[in-house]
Design a protein around this ligand. Structure first.
Ligand code: GBH
Length: 447
């Protein structure tokens, strides 16, 4: 059982569900551009229809209402809110106003992500996060959103998974815009991204009474494979250690230390001595304004042990180890115990799991239903760990990813994470077995 005020919810993101990518003078985003090159996406698909949520938002809310969630996390498409001249687009804004009203009428609290990866193409053409002006653009965008949704939305997440934006978008280049940065560019872009977070926080505080603000990175916690104090300490240290690769596993502190502790980790300044961006005291003050929650997307982890010399070693997953239908998704439930534990230890703020979910091979059975026992198993195992750590650190919520099967970035429509199955041949929505399981969990306020 979780506290009475614990927030159970589900999450989505604009480009992954909305469709209607040309409706109401929406401008082009980097994902609209990226998906035009069919070879960028495994199945050649794009976000032009997906769940059709731009037109079916009332149906979306009815599904959320049936699920019984306290909150719905969705993102706003920057490209609907402004036009190519960086002026407000009222048609696009109205969509979100209507969605929020519908949610509130159904007693569901909107949690709004400002940036879930769909930058306006014209801003990428101007240099994206490498252009110092991006901070002013993000400030204006946030100002328009918060004023338009005033009285409807209190809870904001500034940026989703900065690691994916930078690493997938500009190093592995598997996500939009797919342009490679060298180390110097990478650090400058990361710094500007953090300033975008800071400036958005400032605008939210100014425009929204009683607001809550957060930032939602992802991480892959290191899990001690047996109980041992030294082992756990070493796992903790490595989780926060920054090294010169921008891979996810090494990127917790580069984003979260400046926000929560007011500066980059110490070795940032020495290891990157040759490629440092300009960092001022004012920048760090902007970035580190107090925020309310540690949001974190956690799906998987790795087990570690100590060798004879007490060195940390990663344990391989044996063949046949429980894994989702996507290569990185090993089932490591204790990630939801140790992740929050480490994060709280270092940053000392209440925690909300902003994403956790399972990718399954889902299909419609002969009985017309979608049976997904592995997803049910995943949610139960992970929530049990979260419940356990909630006795030790303040855990305020859990948002399942995702409400719907949707456009899984470079995997297109081929990967399904939803509680609700989308039949892409006709747009039908079918509640999976896991939908009813999660509904039961929410009703019982826990397992
Ligand atoms: C999230 O990250 C996204 O926010 C969401 O849009 C997406 O649909 C969802 O997850 C499901 O993929 O070292 O274990 O972290 C997507 C990208 C996948 C995050 C790969 C980092 C790297 C492996 N993520 N993951 S891990």
């Amino acid at each position: 059982m979780f506290d009475k005020d614990f927030i159970f919810g589900a999450a989505t993101a604009a480009y992954q569900i909305e469709g209607s990518i040309d409706a109401d003078f929406k401008c082009e985003s980097i994902w609209d551009r990226f998906t035009k090159k069919k070879e960028n996406i495994i199945d050649g698909s794009d976000g032009s229809v997906v769940c059709d949520s731009y037109r079916k938002y009332k149906d979306d809310v009815a599904i959320l209402h049936d699920l019984g969630v306290d909150a719905y996390r969705f993102s706003i498409a920057w490209t609907r809110v402004i036009n190519e001249h960086n002026e407000p687009n009222l048609n696009g804004i109205n969509y979100y106003v209507n969605l929020c009203k519908e949610l509130i009428n159904n007693n569901i609290r909107p949690i709004v992500t400002l940036y879930h990866w769909d930058m306006p193409q014209f801003l990428d053409d101007l240099g994206g996060f490498l252009n110092d002006d991006i901070v002013n653009y993000f400030e204006k965008y946030t100002d328009i959103v918060t004023k338009s949704l005033n009285g409807l939305v209190k809870d904001y997440i500034t940026i989703n998974e900065p690691q994916c934006i930078m690493f997938m978008g500009h190093d592995a280049c598997m996500f939009a815009p797919g342009t490679k940065y060298n180390d110097k560019e990478m650090l400058k872009a990361i710094h500007n991204l953090l300033k975008c977070h800071g400036v958005a926080t400032k605008v939210i505080r100014k425009n929204v009474p009683n607001s809550t603000v957060g930032f939602a990175p992802c991480s892959r916690p290191l899990v001690p494979s047996y109980n041992d104090k030294l082992l756990e300490e070493k796992c903790y240290d490595k989780y926060f250690t920054l090294d010169r690769s921008f891979e996810y596993s090494n990127s917790v502190s580069i984003y979260s230390d400046p926000i929560f502790l007011g500066d980059y980790p110490k070795n940032y300044y020495t290891d990157f001595k040759d490629v440092l961006p300009e960092i001022t005291k004012e920048d760090l003050e902007l970035i580190s304004q107090p925020i309310d929650y540690i949001y974190q997307n956690i799906y998987s982890g790795n087990y570690y042990s100590l060798d004879k010399n007490s060195n940390l070693v990663k344990n391989d997953f044996y063949a046949g180890y429980p894994t989702g239908n996507i290569d990185w998704l090993q089932v490591v439930p204790q990630a939801l115990y140790y992740g929050p534990k480490y994060l709280y230890q270092r940053y000392k703020k209440p925690i909300i799991i902003s994403e956790n979910g399972f990718c399954n091979v889902d299909f419609i059975s002969l009985d017309g239903k979608v049976h997904d026992p592995q997803r049910i198993d995943y949610v139960n195992r992970y929530l049990a760990e979260l419940e356990k750590i909630s006795k030790e650190v303040p855990i305020k919520g859990y948002l399942y990813w995702s409400l719907f099967d949707n456009f899984e970035w470079n995997s297109g429509l081929s990967k399904r994470f939803g509680l609700v199955y989308i039949d892409y041949s006709n747009g039908n929505r079918i509640k999976k077995d896991s939908f009813y399981e999660y509904k039961k969990i929410i009703k019982n306020r826990g397992l």
